[in-house]
Design a protein around this ligand. Structure first.
Ligand code: GLV
Length: 344
């Protein structure tokens, strides 16, 4: 009897034409509608699956994979992967992949757009206009903060941070950055960016953009003490992860005039946004859309699909997914996890 095809699960509706490529190799089970899953529902979907394409909304840890003996690969559609418990996947011999590079420039574009909207009060001004308040205009209505000639601080000088720095040069901004490791001198020169310590970055930035990966080690890195070190005229933009900021402390700083404005694309409890943030006029709020251009979102899904096909030992790059997160684990199709796990 012919062996049945291996099964993959696609957690959300993505782009059908791109997801369709999986059908050449696998039996594909996909969600027909956008879903918010419980851990038990994710576990049930993974139970009979050999691989999965998931988004940042699906948390996958030890509990979700405990009863998924066939699972060999998880392709995350996103560059950040704090939704995945990598040590748990490592221990189970499951390879995980993400989607870096394809979203770098689009995300840097958006970081700059959010920075401009925040500094120049664009969404607040639009609300004011729509609310019919223009007749109350005065010469000091909607005064913002300049970008040109100001100091931009970048916290996290990876690919996206560097993209933002390159854009800032066109605006005549001075760029400072802080990163876990100082980047190469050639990158600093190309980005016209100077390395400073964390406290100097906080104190010197007229605009501070967060672009660093989230991990428990940087949970609430921007807390009340950090905010107190910033200029009261400064703006803060977060396109990384909500957990980097102590949101009640931020709301307090914004409402008390200890910080001019903030632009947030990410939230600790997203899709829920704290009422104290929603109530503020000096915060621009967007729903985690930094990578959301059509071409880039298609590119992310395409990379995730190619990664999954390769990670499950099929296609032209069989066994060699382009962007593995835990390359020490190679899940070879049909192989036994314990014997195919390779130490990093
Ligand atoms: C978006 O936040 C991503 O990590 O891709």
């Amino acid at each position: 009897m012919a062996e049945s095809r291996r099964r993959v699960w696609v957690s959300q509706p993505l782009f059908d034409d791109i997801i369709g490529r999986l059908g050449e190799y696998f039996d594909v089970r996909g969600a027909a509608e956008v879903q918010a899953y419980t851990a038990a529902q994710i576990a049930a979907h993974l139970r009979g699956s050999d691989g999965a394409v998931v988004t940042l909304n699906e948390r996958i840890g030890a509990a979700e994979i405990a009863d998924a003996p066939r699972l060999k690969a998880i392709a995350n559609v996103g560059v950040g992967y704090n939704n995945l418990d990598i040590p748990a996947l490592d221990a189970a011999g499951i390879v995980a992949t993400n989607t870096p590079d394809v979203l770098t420039e689009t995300t840097a574009d958006f970081g700059f757009a959010l920075l401009m909207a925040t500094a120049r009060r664009i969404t607040e001004a639009e609300r004011w206009l729509r609310d019919g308040q223009w007749r109350q205009w005065s010469f000091s209505s909607m005064l913002g903060v300049d970008l040109h000639g100001s100091t931009l601080g970048i916290l996290g000088m990876g690919r996206i941070g560097q993209g933002i720095a390159r854009r800032a040069a066109g605006f005549g901004m001075r760029v400072l950055y802080h990163n876990r490791h100082r980047v190469d001198a050639a990158i600093e020169r190309e980005c016209h960016a100077g390395y400073v310590d964390f406290d100097t970055l906080l104190a010197s930035s007229d605009h501070l953009v967060l672009v660093l990966p989230y991990s428990p080690a940087v949970h609430h890195l921007i807390d009340a003490a950090a905010l107190a070190k910033m200029k009261p005229t400064a703006t803060l933009v977060n396109i990384a992860r909500g957990g980097l900021i102590d949101e009640p402390a931020l709301a307090q700083a914004l409402s008390r005039g200890h910080l001019a404005a903030a632009g947030l694309d990410v939230y600790e409890g997203e899709p829920d946004v704290r009422p104290e943030l929603l109530a503020l006029r000096n915060v621009v709020l967007t729903p985690h859309i930094a990578s959301a251009s059509l071409d880039t979102r298609r590119g992310m899904v395409s990379l995730a699909v190619d990664n999954l096909i390769a990670a499950l030992g099929e296609g032209p790059d069989a066994g060699r997914p382009a962007t593995p997160i835990n390359p020490g684990v190679l899940a070879i199709a049909g192989g036994d996890r314990k014997t195919t796990a390779i130490k990093r």
